[in-house]
Design a protein around this ligand. Structure first.
Ligand SMILES: NC(=O)c1ccc[n+]([C@@H]2O[C@H](COP(=O)([O-])OP(=O)(O)OC[C@H]3O[C@@H](n4cnc5c(N)ncnc54)[C@H](O)[C@@H]3O)[C@@H](O)[C@H]2O)c1
Ligand SMILES: [Fe+2]
Length: 382
């Protein structure tokens, strides 16, 4: 068996209304100053919790995170200034991947002698200075349990990944009740992102039996429940399943991570500001078709986890799985083509150039994916 190192948050608290435990968490009770970074739609839920912690004698600052799109270096800078001023003991991020990535980096960089341009890349961030609690409110990125944070460089229009065990939260809270208000479009897109994490881990060049368990369970939970939650946001059972499924996806990210889908989506997010989940969702069938012949059995197992019956051979089973993903995308209102989002043939070589630079993910693809292959995959999805 190949060696693998599994690093996870100090604790994972999961279940309906588990947010109600937060004030008693010893990460909070043993802190004097707590900074909350909260996505706008969650403010009303978090304010009374913050008030209660304040009344227990702590200093509490709640910063509203109201930036749209992927977080940029400048936006992060403005948050870091506020955090440096307050010097919290503990940072609590409440929101989707954008908020959580910023909260993780804030906890790492507040009071840190390392400057953040120097921490970009894998393993360069040496330590985190503050305690960190991540509370996810989209069932998508899995950022609450991953050692990754991603910022957008607005000048180069490229995304920069910071990967380090120092970004693993002391506690991850996963409360499906917090996702009830998530609009259908975001539900569909973030759910597809989570599905990509699981599928890309399972079909990864560096797939591992330990992580396969998370990946297959995640695929099953997400595929069985995404359309239900898309059609009825109040379906708590579906929301719970998606929360768990996206957490499984997040647990795949540290030890194995994603491959061609996320790699090809970098430019769509960075340059064309297409949301992370939407970009991945559109790319997923195209990249799987390209990769299929590298490992038909693994791609067939993905289909089986989605509930597809075995066909005559693995390739046919896998193809039926890819067709099912295309069907699911339609059912959840996600366009099947890039041109609907304004991408034209002229954009493809630039997109491929960006993708070729994401070597930390490109190397994970189960077969070699060249610049020409990338252009071909994009072209078929126009
Ligand atoms: N760190 C990681 O491991 C990792 C993995 C994948 C993606 N990412 C990053 O995560 C970001 C995307 O995160 P995301 O897809 O979660 O979207 P997001 O955080 O950008 O949120 C999308 C929108 O949903 C709203 N929202 C969030 N929770 C809500 C709720 N409960 N009810 C109503 N509205 C709600 C937000 O306010 C925002 O407008 C990207 O920047 C991507 O690069 C990080
Ligand atoms: Fe993702």
């Amino acid at each position: 068996m190949n060696l693998i190192i599994l690093q996870q948050p100090g604790k994972i608290v999961i279940g309906e209304n588990c947010i109600n435990q937060l004030a008693e968490d010893n990460l909070i009770t043993l802190s004097d100053k707590i900074l909350f970074l909260v996505a706008t739609p969650l403010l009303k839920t978090i304010q009374p919790i913050g008030d209660g912690i304040f009344l227990s004698g702590k200093k509490v600052v709640i910063i509203e995170y109201d930036f749209a799109g992927e977080p940029t270096f400048n936006q992060f800078d403005s948050l870091l200034n506020k955090s440096e001023y307050f010097q919290p003991d503990c940072i609590v991020g409440v929101g989707g991947g954008s908020v959580l990535d910023c909260a993780k980096l804030l906890a790492a960089m507040t009071g840190n002698e390392q400057q953040y341009p120097d921490v970009i890349g894998v393993g360069l961030l040496r330590k985190r200075m503050k305690k960190l609690i991540c509370i996810s409110t989209t069932s998508g990125t899995g950022s609450e349990v991953s050692p990754i944070a991603i910022l957008l460089n607005e000048e180069t229009e490229s995304k920069s990944g910071i990967v380090s065990p120092a970004l693993l939260a002391d506690a991850a809270y996963i409360d499906p009740a917090l996702t009830i208000g998530l609009p259908p479009k975001i539900t569909a897109e973030t759910g597809m992102d989570a599905l990509c994490h699981c599928i890309e881990a399972y079909t990864n060049k560096f797939a591992h039996p330990l992580v396969d368990v998370y990946a297959l369970n995640g695929i099953k939970l997400i595929v069985e429940n995404l359309e239900k939650a898309y059609n009825d946001g109040g379906d708590m059972e579906a929301r719970s399943a998606l929360s768990l499924g996206s957490m499984y996806g997040g647990l795949c990210l540290g030890p194995v991570n994603t491959h061609g889908v996320h790699c090809l989506s970098y430019g769509l997010g960075g340059k064309y500001h297409i949301s992370h989940g939407l970009a991945n969702a559109i790319l997923l069938p195209g990249v799987l078709r390209f990769n299929l012949d590298a490992s038909p059995e693994r791609h067939a197992e993905v289909a089986i986890a989605m509930g597809i019956k075995r066909r005559e051979n693995d390739s046919e089973t896998a193809l039926a799985g890819i067709e099912f993903i295309e069907y699911l995308l339609k059912k959840c209102g996600i366009p099947g083509s890039l041109s609907v989002l304004g991408i034209t043939e002229n954009d493809l070589s630039g997109l491929a150039d960006i993708a070729m630079n994401v070597t930390r993910l490109l190397k994970n693809n189960p077969k070699v994916l060249t610049r020409e292959d990338a252009i071909e995959i994009y072209k078929k999805l126009l």
